[in-house]
Design a protein around this ligand. Structure first.
Ligand SMILES: [Zn+2]
Length: 114
């Protein structure tokens, strides 16, 4: 603990703010498609069905099991997550089929060299 910054009066607070910002960044940067199995807070992502009128009864969410509405936890509309995931997978399949087509062309060229 000889480092001056650790003795700084504001060091702990600055470190806490940095950790919160890192968690917010993880949540916003990873907010496309299905969320990971764990929230950046360490909580598990579970499926929950809304029981309140304000959020349409029956609407499904993927949500951190220790969710608090403070911007530091994952909570995502299930339908949106699935739609984004399907789009993401369709794009991946499209890219892979382009690569397969290129590889087939290369294989054909190599076979013609024999
Ligand atoms: Zn969480």
């Amino acid at each position: 603990m000889s480092d001056i910054s650790e003795k700084d009066l504001y060091y702990a607070e600055m470190k806490r703010i940095k950790e919160l910002e890192d968690r917010r960044t993880l949540i916003t940067d990873g907010d496309y498609g299905l969320p990971p199995t764990r929230c950046p807070c360490g909580g598990r992502i579970i499926e929950e069905t809304s029981q309140t009128e304000a959020e349409d009864i029956g609407r499904r969410y993927l949500i951190c099991n220790v969710f608090e509405n403070d911007g530091l936890h994952i909570r995502k509309n299930w339908v949106h997550a699935i739609q984004e995931e399907v789009t993401k997978l369709k794009n991946e399949v499209h890219e892979q089929s382009k690569q397969i087509r290129k590889l087939k062309e290369l294989v054909a060229r190599v076979e013609n060299m024999r």
